[in-house]
Structures are given as structure tokens and as C-alpha cells.
Design a protein around this ligand. Structure first.
Ligand code: NOJ
Length: 575
């Protein structure tokens, strides 16, 4: 079986019925603080996003955007610490601004998805304040415990659980004289999903935003929703992993009691039901769930739904993101695709993610020369594409020194190691043009510094250049709307020392699209008739990586397709 994979495995073509708006959409993630500042305070905002709806819809041709959190927050984790789930953070605007953005999206037919952060709130949320005071009804909204008292009388946290952002996951409250659980920052106490009231409150939050016209949610930190319960008032310790002897490092323990508990799946299915019930009651288009879960693939598959219960349409597939590196070979990338594709349950849709606000940018992590190759792959593989804002321009991370670092994940480390953890570089302002602050803000001081190279790489420049990353991206999004990519089969092979991937998307009677991804560090020539039988004799170039000399629309013979190092091409032919 393994041997087959090396050269000529045939993936059975699947033909998809074209039923739902999200099945083939490209979902574009906007990090609102850094996208567009409308009022010159150096921080991006909702009216800034509104100004750019035409860019997103008319120019890029996208179907949907999802916004990282825009809610009221003390910003300890830049909005992932919410102090009012039903209101907008003042720096982003007002509820009225939100409504006007939602209206504009509706007018231009761009679906709007919000980030739902159910695992935790801010410690400044009124729920927490009331729970800390043990107010009636709020007592169990969070996970509280008096801790353990050692034989010498010292009080210590209830268990050895470690927070994602380093240190004990338990924090002592002087007010309540108990510890509370926080799987993330001290300022992000975990909500208690064993409390029926919390479950209901959070479902109401979903309904609140659905009533304001959103088309769904990206759900944050799904694996962390539940923890093992205390037995006889004792929380179980997690086993030591042996990976590090630093007890503050989240890798110190194996997270069997704090991640991926069985109840997590049920909760996700309940949220899907809230969306389906809302649609049944109010009509309209499908409402979608995208789940953020860095978890083994078998859990991702379960999150689609099981035992007759529907889950998320889009549990993010992080297989390619987590396992693709600068020096990845064609075979590595092929395996990353196939690992997911081979276990995708029938009737479900694949999704492909390579970037987000928590990981280094695609161009930085995987190299600018391959930026187009990965955009080509993401947009031509079967199913849903997810794009992080700026990746259409091959924007790169911006170096931000320790003195200007604001991300808590980095600030909780030290001046030597912070770059390993910092998410600031991927969150630097969007590069619109060559004016002040790259056209992101009229203010020369922005919340994170703008790239020093913005005059060499920005949207305005790429728009006027004869060929550019963004022009390639636009061709891809346009192509996705055609039937062949939406409904066509998928057949992928590995050729030329397993370092070139070739795949065919074919729809009988319509067209055959062939994609070639060259992972070699040298120019190579592919003879397509040796890869697939029954292909058209000639193909039209739809688009290709910037480093090729191909002209879009030109015709190529299928027997000699030459590609420079790290380049990719998309071809279309009719028999
Ligand atoms: C995942 C989010 O993507 C990340 O930015 C955040 O810090 C954590 N969840 C905590 O909410």
C-alpha cells in the first residue's frame, strides 16, 4: 500500500452535488485590529472593514469573511478575553457600526462570520465578578476549588494542570478564597460547561448575533471546553509527559483531563442545533460553524457530527498547517493532503487552512517563492479554502522587538525566547499602499509597527503590476466559482522523484483542470500524458506562480510543461 502512494495512487474521483453556499467558499479571516483603521487612532475597526467590503467582494471575489473577536474586552489577549459577549469593544466601534458593516456585507452578498469564544470570559465580565462574590445563580459559572492543604499547612492549587500560556492553570481569588481555573491567561477564567445556566447563556449569545444577521461562527479553543470532574472533591493530576522539566511549560503534562473530553463533542453538536433551529424558525441561507481545534485528526472527523447528530460544517483541518515546513517535499505535502482526504467521511466537505493569527505567515513559514504554490493548492483542492488576511499579497511577518512586544504568549516568556511564542509578527497592519502606515491608518503610530518593506509590497503596487500574487489569487477565486472545481472529481499523483504533485479536477462534459506543484529546487518539465490518460491535447493557462513566464490564456501542449523551482500552474482543457 505504502509503495503505491509513492508514485501513482489514484484517488477515487468524487463528484459533489452543488447544494450549499459554503461548500466551495473561500473564507477570509480578518484580524480587525490590523485590517483598516477608519478613525486614525492606529487601531483597525469595524468601519475600516466596511470600507474594504468592495475589496473583499468585488476585487478578490470572496464569499465569506470571519472576524477575530470584536467584543468588549480589556484586551489582555487582544479580544479573546471578552467582558461582554453582546457588545462591541470601543476601539472597534459600536453596535450601530456593527449593524452597518453587516448591512454592507449583505448588500454586497458577502457572508459575515463572527468569532465565538465560549471556553472563557474576561475576569472583568460581570459573570465572573458575580461568581467571585458567590452571588445567587452565578456561583458555579466558573470552575472553583479551595485547593489542597499540605501537611505543613500550605495551600496549593487543586491539581498540577498547566495553562496554555505557562504556569499553573489555577489562580487564587482573595475575594472568594478559592482557586479558579484558567486554561489560558489568569485574566481568562474558564466558564463551567457543567453548569446548565452557562450552557443556556452562551446559546443565547449565539442567537443574539444570529438575530443581527451573521451567517455563523468560528468557535475558539474547542478542545478546552471541559475538564475532568473532581472525585471526592479532588481533581486528578495529569501525567508528566517527560518532554520538559519546566513545570510551567504546557508540555510538562499530558492533557488527558483538560482537553478533548467526550462532552466537548456533544456541546459542539448542541451549538450546531442552535444554528439549525434558528434557520428553521427564521429562514434564510445555511448558518455555519467553523471550529478551532488543534487536536488529533480522529477528533476533527468526529466534530463533523456522529450518530445522526450534525456537528460543524468546517472543523478546521490543521493537518497541512501543522505539518508543512519550508523544506517540505512534494511527498510531504501530498501526505498532508491525503491524511485528511483519506479519512474524510462521505457527504462531508474538506477544508484547507495554512494561515491564521496564531501562526507565522505562510510566506515567512514556508517561503515567499512558494507563496503562490500554496495559494494555488488551497484554492484548487476539493472543498473549502481558508485565507488569512494578507496572504493573498504574500505579506511576510514583521519583526517586532521585545521592547515593542505586546502578545501575552510572548510577554509571559523572556527576552531571549519570546520570538518562539510571539504572535505579534503575523498580526502587523495590512499593507494597502505606499502612503503613511501602509494606508492602514492615517496615524504614523500604529498599535503594532507596519512592515519596513511596505513600499515594496502592498496591494496598490500589486494591483497595478502586470503580474502579482494578488492577481494570481483573484484568478483562483474566480476559477473556484466554475463548475469543474465545485463539482469535479479529484485524482492526485506524485511524480518526478516524488517531488512534483499533479492533480486533475475533472467534470465530464465541462472541463478538466490540471494543477502541477513543483517542489524541486530546480526547473522541471512534466509530460502530462505520462501522468494521466485521456487528457485533452492542449491546455489553457489559467494562472501560474509569479516566477514562471506563462501568460494567462496562452495554450500549452500537454506533453511539455516546464516549471521553475517552487512554482505551480493551473491549466484547463476541454476534450
Ligand atoms: C485561540 C485563539 O486563536 C488565540 O488567539 C487565543 O489566544 C486563544 N484561543 C485563547 O482564546
Amino acid at each position: 500500500m505504502r509503495i503505491l502512494v509513492f508514485s501513482v495512487i489514484l484517488v477515487v474521483g468524487a463528484v459533489f452535488a452543488d447544494e450549499h453556499w459554503w461548500q466551495h467558499a473561500n473564507f477570509y479571516q480578518i484580524y480587525p485590529r490590523s485590517f483598516k483603521d477608519s478613525n486614525g487612532d492606529g487601531i483597525g475597526d469595524l468601519l475600516g472593514v466596511k470600507e474594504k467590503v468592495s475589496y473583499l467582494k468585488q476585487e478578490l471575489g470572496l464569499d465569506a469573511i470571519w472576524l477575530s473577536p470584536i467584543f468588549k474586552s480589556p484586551m489582555a489577549d487582544f479580544g479573546y478575553d471578552i467582558s461582554d459577549f453582546r457588545d462591541i469593544h470601543e476601539k472597534f466601534g459600536t453596535l450601530a457600526d456593527f449593524d452597518s458593516l453587516a448591512q454592507e456585507c449583505k448588500r454586497q452578498n458577502l457572508k459575515l462570520i463572527l468569532d465565538f469564544v465560549p471556553n472563557h470570559s474576561s475576569d472583568e465580565h460581570e459573570y465572573f465578578k458575580k461568581s467571585e462574590l458567590k452571588q445567587d445563580g452565578y456561583d458555579d459559572y466558573y470552575v472553583w476549588h479551595p485547593g489542597k492543604v499540605l501537611s505543613n499547612g500550605t495551600r496549593v492549587p487543586p491539581s498540577n494542570w498547566v495553562s496554555v500560556f505557562r504556569g499553573s492553570a489555577w489562580q487564587w481569588s482573595e475575594t472568594r478564597k478559592e482557586y479558579y481555573l484558567h486554561q489560558f491567561l489568569v485574566k481568562q477564567p474558564d466558564l463551567n460547561y457543567r453548569s446548565e445556566s452557562i450552557v443556556n447563556e452562551m446559546k443565547d449569545v449565539l442567537r443574539f448575533w444570529l438575530s443581527r444577521g451573521v451567517s455563523g461562527f468560528r468557535i475558539d479553543a474547542v478542545p478546552y471546553l471541559f475538564e475532568s470532574e473532581a472525585v471526592n472533591n479532588v481533581y486528578p493530576d495529569e501525567e508528566l509527559s517527560g518532554k520538559t522539566d519546566d513545570p510551567d511549560n504546557p508540555d510538562y503534562v499530558v492533557h488527558t483531563h483538560t482537553q478533548n473530553l467526550e462532552e466537548t463533542f456533544d456541546m459542539s453538536f448542541q451549538w450546531r442545533k442552535v444554528l439549525d433551529d434558528f434557520k428553521a424558525e427564521h429562514g434564510g441561507d445555511d448558518l455555519v460553524l467553523m471550529l478551532e481545534a488543534y487536536t488529533p485528526l480522529m477528533n476533527i472527523i468526529r466534530l463533523y457530527g456522529e450518530n445522526g447528530r450534525e456537528g460543524a460544517q468546517i472543523p478546521f483541518n490543521f493537518e497541512v498547517l501543522s505539518n508543512t515546513f519550508k523544506d517540505s517535499t512534494g511527498k510531504d505535502f501530498y501526505d498532508n493532503i491525503m491524511r485528511f482526504w483519506n479519512v474524510l467521511p462521505s457527504g462531508r466537505f474538506a477544508n484547507w487552512v495554512l494561515g491564521n493569527h496564531d501562526n507565522k505567515r505562510v510566506s515567512t513559514r514556508l517561503g515567499v517563492p512558494r507563496a503562490d504554490l500554496y495559494n494555488i493548492a488551497l484554492n484548487t483542492l476539493p472543498g473549502i479554502a481558508v485565507t488569512y488576511n494578507g496572504d493573498e499579497l504574500a505579506m511576510e511577518d514583521v519583526y517586532i522587538p521585545w521592547s515593542e512586544t505586546v502578545d501575552p504568549a510572548a510577554c509571559n516568556s523572556n527576552p531571549k525566547d519570546f520570538m518562539l511564542y510571539s504572535r505579534d509578527p503575523v498580526r502587523a497592519p495590512f499593507q494597502w499602499d505606499d502612503s503613511t502606515s501602509a494606508g492602514f491608518s492615517t496615524n504614523s503610530k500604529t498599535w503594532l509597527p507596519v512592515s519596513p518593506y511596505y513600499k515594496q509590497n502592498n496591494y496598490k503596487l500589486q494591483k497595478s503590476a502586470p503580474r502579482s500574487h494578488v492577481k494570481i489569487f483573484k484568478s483562483l477565486v474566480r476559477l473556484r466559482k466554475q463548475r469543474t472545481l465545485r463539482e469535479g472529481g479529484f485524482d492526485m499523483k506524485l511524480v518526478d522523484e516524488d517531488n512534483i504533485i499533479v492533480y486533475k479536477r475533472e467534470l465530464q462534459g465541462v472541463s478538466t483542470i490540471v494543477v502541477i506543484l513543483n517542489f524541486h529546487k530546480s526547473t522541471r518539465t512534466v509530460n502530462l500524458s505520462k501522468v494521466f490518460t485521456g487528457l485533452p491535447l492542449e491546455f489553457e493557462v489559467i494562472t501560474s506562480s509569479l516566477q514562471t513566464n506563462y501568460v494567462d490564456g496562452s495554450i500549452l501542449n500537454r506533453d511539455v510543461i516546464t516549471l521553475p523551482a517552487d512554482a505551480a500552474i493551473v491549466l484547463e482543457g476541454t476534450v
